[in-house]
Design a binder for this molecule. Structure first.
Ligand SMILES: Cc1ncc(COP(=O)(O)O)c(C=O)c1O
Length: 411
């Protein structure tokens, strides 16, 4: 019997629980992120192989597209191989060209800006609102010029940006509004799902996200006129999707494009996760609430900030962060937590002050909240299976903060 068949037979004999035990080694330290199997991921991979198609746009890709479109309340969703790829597709769909400007927060991942730069356009960085860590619409309005073509709004920590205020800026000027919803699957704004709030939305399924496939992403499209072109862009600029649908008898190069389509093994794994999105989101929200409750004394007693969000939004439990009092206190905190075996990484280096940001973009206005936030923020461990370990994180965190304050460490 060939080896792959024997692996398949062995896998198929294991229950879902047994597969998870095989795939999830434990150790004493608590990392920032630990990916878990949550459902039928491994069985799906075997099924994809048995179906005989490993390239993209097969059975599991179609199933994932449908689930994501439903979750995001979007007309259409297309699986991509990363959130970065979804953002690059969005930038092509915006028809960005040299001389055009796109407004986005400086406090974001590099991919939000790179997508713009790859089109030859200029990212224009603006400051965040310290109450939400998302784009401040007042700063966005001030940054608009005759060259502005689009606004890329990031939903930081899974809390959607103020999309109505941003739409009020975008609509009268015919600017496209793109959601960088990499962290926000399952979040809502005024009851509407992230991914349905702009013209397009980019999701990530990187292993640190709520729903994961190692690397992975999706682009949601909220106006039907974008869908056909998006499918062409994702398939190297060819009309292969129309060929597969039987609409043309051969396929050919028709537009700009690249290879943004993941293979079926990724889609099969992702499908196992997407089927459990309700349980995953519930668990993460519970963990988020436990952090909030367990650390409630930090602001008054230690001057440390906890996540804040607008009452108009509901998060998805993606991330729990602390805002320490200073950069020095943050370094001491991360080092002390590391000594206790707990991973608490910081997050973005502001793009406006990065070498790439200075070379390719420009800032509009002061960046005081971006700078102040970026130097003080740490993220606490957050993953599906954290339930058994969260009390240790909480205890350690409180102990470390108290010890740092007593020792007068760098405040
Ligand atoms: C805000 C934001 N945008 C884009 C990305 C890129 O997603 P991916 O890693 O799937 O390419 C990330 C990933 O962490 C992100 O946090």
């Amino acid at each position: 019997m060939p080896q792959n068949s024997s692996v398949r037979v062995q896998l198929n004999r294991l229950s879902v629980e047994e597969q998870h035990a095989v795939a999830a080694p434990r150790n004493a330290s608590i990392p920032f992120n630990r990916p878990s199997l949550v459902g039928r991921e491994l069985n799906n991979i075997v099924e994809a192989i048995e179906r005989g198609q490993l390239s993209g746009d097969g059975h599991f890709t179609a199933e994932c597209n449908a689930i994501i479109a439903r979750l995001a309340g979007s007309a259409s969703a297309l699986l991509t191989h990363s959130g970065t790829a979804a953002l690059e597709m969005a930038a092509i769909l915006c028809d960005l060209k040299p001389g055009d400007e796109v407004i986005l927060p400086s406090f974001t991942f590099v991919s939000t800006a790179n997508a713009v730069v790859l089109r030859g356009a200029t990212p224009v960085f603006v400051d965040i609102d310290p109450a939400t860590l998302n784009l401040n619409p007042a700063r966005v309005a001030e940054a608009v010029t005759p060259r502005t073509r689009a606004i890329f709004a990031v939903h930081y920590a899974g809390f959607p940006a103020d999309m109505d205020a941003l739409a009020d800026i975008a609509s009268p000027r015919d600017l496209l509004l793109v959601e960088d919803a990499a962290q926000a699957l399952g979040s809502t704004y005024k009851g509407r799902p992230a991914g349905s709030l702009g013209d397009m939305g980019a999701f990530s399924f990187h292993e640190t996200k709520n729903i994961l496939s190692g690397e992975g992403g999706a682009l949601t499209l909220n106006t039907s006129d974008l869908v056909d072109r998006a499918r062409i862009i994702r398939e190297k600029g060819t009309n292969r999707s129309q060929f597969i649908d039987g609409l043309v008898d051969k396929y050919t190069w028709v537009d700009l494009g690249s290879s943004y389509l993941p293979g079926e093994l990724i889609a099969a794994f992702l499908h196992g996760q997407l089927e459990q999105v309700g349980e995953i989101t519930r668990r993460r929200r519970r963990l988020f609430d436990r952090y909030l409750e367990g650390l409630a004394i930090l602001p008054a007693r230690h001057g440390i900030g906890l996540p804040r969000w607008s009452p108009a939004v509901r998060g998805n439990g993606h991330m729990f962060y602390l805002l320490l009092r200073s950069a020095a206190q943050r370094s001491a905190f991360i080092a002390a937590m590391r000594e206790e075996g707990i991973g608490t990484p910081f997050h973005y280096v502001p793009l406006h002050s990065s070498p790439g940001g200075q070379r390719f973009g420009r800032s509009a206005g002061a960046m005081e909240h971006t700078d102040r936030t970026a130097e003080r923020l740490v993220r606490l461990p957050m993953f599906f299976d954290l339930e058994d370990e969260i009390e240790r994180v909480l205890d350690t965190c409180l102990r470390v903060v108290t010890r740092l304050d007593r020792s007068g460490a760098a405040c």
